[in-house]
Ligand binder design. Structure first.
Ligand code: 1Q0
Length: 215
């Protein structure tokens, strides 16, 4: 039925959202970026409640950004580029230590941006994996090379434990709901360059403005 199709989660659609993030002149639309994360969180939730502490944090951060988008200065938040300019010009960012702007758009997006690097690494491993590859290992390796560098010991420990209960590769591919493994691999091959481009553009923007270590 239409209703059940509607609820069926398809990873292709989610990754397509990241395609829509890029404007003609290579700016990153915040609304689409946030929509992409929403879809990923849905996927995460379908993997079980052990991932609740991760999805809860992601949802909080998504909500912070949505509130800016829908707020009275929403027009300043159309792209990541305009957000950075607006918040910096108006001194709305805590640059060295947490102060009067603990939830700036810039610092909030930075957390999702770091997670996007994890996603890129993880999906690349999935793409090139074989039948006997372990999702928990691929996930942990990707995490250690990205997000873990910014997380304290407790969080790394909790994340490591959650990874252990990830479903195996066949179940994982099934939940992605893209089709047979060959099709998953092809879809990932198409989606990854775009995710990578969105990541690179944001990374360069943040580097340019010295925002990569925002508290
Ligand atoms: C599939 C398994 C998913 C594993 C996701 C790896 C991320 C682990 C992160 C664990 C930390 C979460 C707890 C909160 C940490 C915060 O302290 C931290 C910093 O924020 P703050 O405000 O304290 O400075 N927050 C973060 O680093 C943000 C973490 C966001 C994680 C978003 C993950 C969203 C889910 C994605 C699932 C996508 C799976 C798609 C795979 C598709 C291929 C089948």
């Amino acid at each position: 039925s239409v209703a059940s199709d509607d609820q069926k989660f398809c990873l292709t659609e989610v990754l397509d959202t990241f395609k829509l993030c890029l404007s003609e002149n290579k700016e990153v639309y915040l609304e689409q970026y946030v929509a992409g994360w929403r879809g990923l969180v849905k996927f995460l939730n379908s993997l079980g409640s052990v991932f609740g502490f991760i999805s809860k944090d992601a949802v909080n951060k998504i909500q912070v950004l949505v509130n800016y988008l829908n707020g009275e200065n929403g027009s300043q938040y159309i792209t990541v580029q305009s957000m950075v300019k607006y918040e910096l010009d108006n001194e709305l960012v805590d640059l060295t230590k947490r102060g009067s702007h603990p939830e700036s758009g810039c610092r909030t997006l930075l957390r999702l941006h770091r997670a996007l690097r994890w996603l890129e690494l993880f999906l690349e491993r999935l793409r090139t994996s074989t039948e006997d590859s372990k999702t928990s290992v691929m996930c942990a390796e990707s995490y250690n090379e990205s997000l873990a560098l910014h997380h304290p010991w407790v969080v790394r420990k909790a994340a490591g434990m959650a990874f252990l209960v990830l479903p195996g590769r066949p179940a994982f591919f099934e939940v992605m709901n893209v089709g047979p493994p060959e099709q998953v691999v092809a879809m990932l091959g198409e989606a990854l360059p775009l995710i990578s481009e969105v990541y690179q553009i944001t990374e360069e923007l943040y580097a340019q403005h010295l925002l990569l270590d925002l508290p």
